[in-house]
Design a protein around this ligand. Structure first.
Ligand SMILES: [Zn+2]
Length: 287
């Protein structure tokens, strides 16, 4: 069995999995101040006394690919910053550890098993507290030098008055349509926002981002997930209309909500670990 962790700004989810299926998911609220102790406890809890063959972690970006160290994940206490998750958990459980960006994990799961199944090129957007993007081509995550940062695609530049973004820039998609941006711009949490005009504008920004990502990657499908998508019916009409209006040289990709639910990042982490084929079976020894 492979131990799976999905680390997010509001909660950490954990489960054990194998053969592209996961067991019961445990969730705790974040942030926690003693991350390593917490993660060890979760791994031990979901493994039920068996040592994991591997640990696969869906992590908030940015992180260092070589060491698995988190680099200032937004909203997390200082104790998480620089934490070398892969090294430390690998030592503790004596097993391989893989760490991947949470949007990439979710993208892989939706591309293989969810709304993107059967398509060659799939773009996945998570629209949540922040906004992330993952690209999957031929069932593999497309990784560049670091990670994709689709949420920081600039749609409203500073010279035209775009609002500041926590990344240091201005007018990023994340500063316009994320849960955090909605709370700041409209003074209300996304789940309580009902103003149709506000949602139409949010849909236009996400639609414009979809046009831009389509221009570059020409995907078969663009899939959406994340907490803000609970209001899909409120913003998807203007999203679709924006894509129809501004996408000219390419046919419109399939645009849909993901079908795997909030466990998609755990599932994606499992797929990544199983792709690597690291599966020796061991029993828990006395500690
Ligand atoms: Zn930004």
């Amino acid at each position: 069995m492979i131990a799976l962790l999905d680390i997010g700004g509001t909660k950490i989810a954990a489960a054990a999995g194998r053969d592209a299926a996961i067991g019961t998911v445990r969730r705790i609220q974040t942030p926690v101040d003693s991350p390593l102790t917490t993660l060890r406890g979760l791994v031990e809890g979901v493994m039920g006394g068996v040592l994991p063959e591997a640990i696969a972690i869906s992590a908030p970006g940015p992180f260092d690919r070589a060491s698995g160290a988190l680099r200032n994940p937004p909203g997390m206490p200082a104790s998480w910053h620089g934490l070398e998750l892969a090294y430390l958990l690998g030592q503790r459980f004596d097993c391989p550890v893989v760490v991947e960006n949470d949007a990439n994990c979710a993208a892989l799961a939706e591309a293989r098993l969810g709304a993107g199944a059967g398509h060659r090129t799939v773009v996945y957007w998570t629209v949540s507290t922040g906004i992330g993007c993952g690209i999957v081509r031929d069932s593999r995550i497309v990784v560049g030098r670091h990670d994709t940062e689709g949420g920081h695609m600039v749609l409203w530049p500073a010279w035209l008055g775009g609002p500041p973004c926590h990344c240091g820039g201005a007018g990023c998609l994340e500063a316009l349509a994320s849960g955090r941006a909605i709370a700041r711009r409209y003074g209300i949490a996304a789940e309580h926002l009902s103003d149709p005009e506000a949602w139409a504008e949010i849909g236009r920004w996400i639609g414009l981002a979809t046009v831009n990502v389509t221009a570059v990657h020409d995907p078969d499908a663009v899939i959406f997930g994340g907490g803000v998508c609970a209001s899909w019916s409120r913003f998807s009409p203007s999203l679709m209309e924006t894509v129809q209006r501004y996408l000219h040289l390419q046919s419109q990709p399939e645009i849909a909500r993901g079908t795997l639910g909030e466990e998609r990042s755990l599932l994606g982490a499992l797929l990544i670990a199983e792709d690597r084929g690291e599966r020796p079976v061991r029993r828990l020894t006395a500690r």
